[in-house]
Ligand binder design. Structure first.
Ligand code: ATP
Length: 180
């Protein structure tokens, strides 16, 4: 298998990790699921500055930029990797730069804000209003290879749509368009 990144981008609670779990079973080959949160959770808890301080923001920026390079490294060695991200415009720019040599299928994971709010409340493990704040920022660039609405489709159906897209189209173009 040649290297490939499937970049799932959407607000918190939009359903990215649920889709990633289903994708592992339907994609051809042994893909890795590497969510951004997994990298955050690897960092020292005791030595990380307090959330909300400029020192924390600096560490977080380094973490996210490192995450992008982990994705590129896995793909450069010929692996398939599923990324789970909530992009900000400058992080998309960084992805476009560090993943420029890799095949990237860019997937917008959408969910209407009222349903995001409902899920957030039901989970209880995310700050109230987080998803609503992230939604317009994450999708500001407005271009994807493929988009799915998780208020309409189950995680399994979204995974099947993504797998079919990859199987049928061969090449993904969104990253090339966004790099111009
Ligand atoms: N297609 C769906 N239909 C209904 N509920 C869903 C769907 N996808 C996810 N959910 C539910 O929404 C909640 C959030 O899902 P999930 O953890 O996959 O989202 P996420 O985008 O990875 O969130 P985060 O970025 O906060 O980790 C879970 O309770 C999950 O069961």
């Amino acid at each position: 298998m040649s290297g490939h990144v499937i970049l799932l981008n959407g607000a918190s609670s939009s359903g990215k990790s649920s889709i990633a779990a289903e994708l592992l079973d339907v994609l051809p080959g042994p893909y890795f699921s590497l969510p951004r949160d997994a990298v955050n959770s690897m960092r020292s808890r005791t030595q990380t500055p307090e959330f909300g301080t400029p020192e924390f923001d600096e560490v977080f920026e380094r973490t996210v930029r490192g995450y992008h390079r982990m994705l590129a490294g896995l793909a450069a060695a010929g692996n398939g990797v599923i990324a789970d991200h909530v992009l900000r415009p400058h992080w998309l720019d960084d992805c476009l730069e560090v993943l420029r040599e890799q095949e990237v299928t860019f997937v917008g994971v959408h969910c209407p804000v009222p349903e995001l709010r409902r899920r957030e409340q039901a989970r209880g493990d995310r700050p109230a209003g987080l998803a609503e704040r992230q939604y317009p920022i994450a999708h500001a660039h407005g271009d994807y290879d493929l988009e799915c609405d998780t208020s309409v489709h189950s995680p399994k159906e979204c995974a099947q749509l993504i797998a079919e897209f990859i199987d049928k189209t061969g090449r993904s173009r969104a990253f090339a368009r966004l790099s111009q």
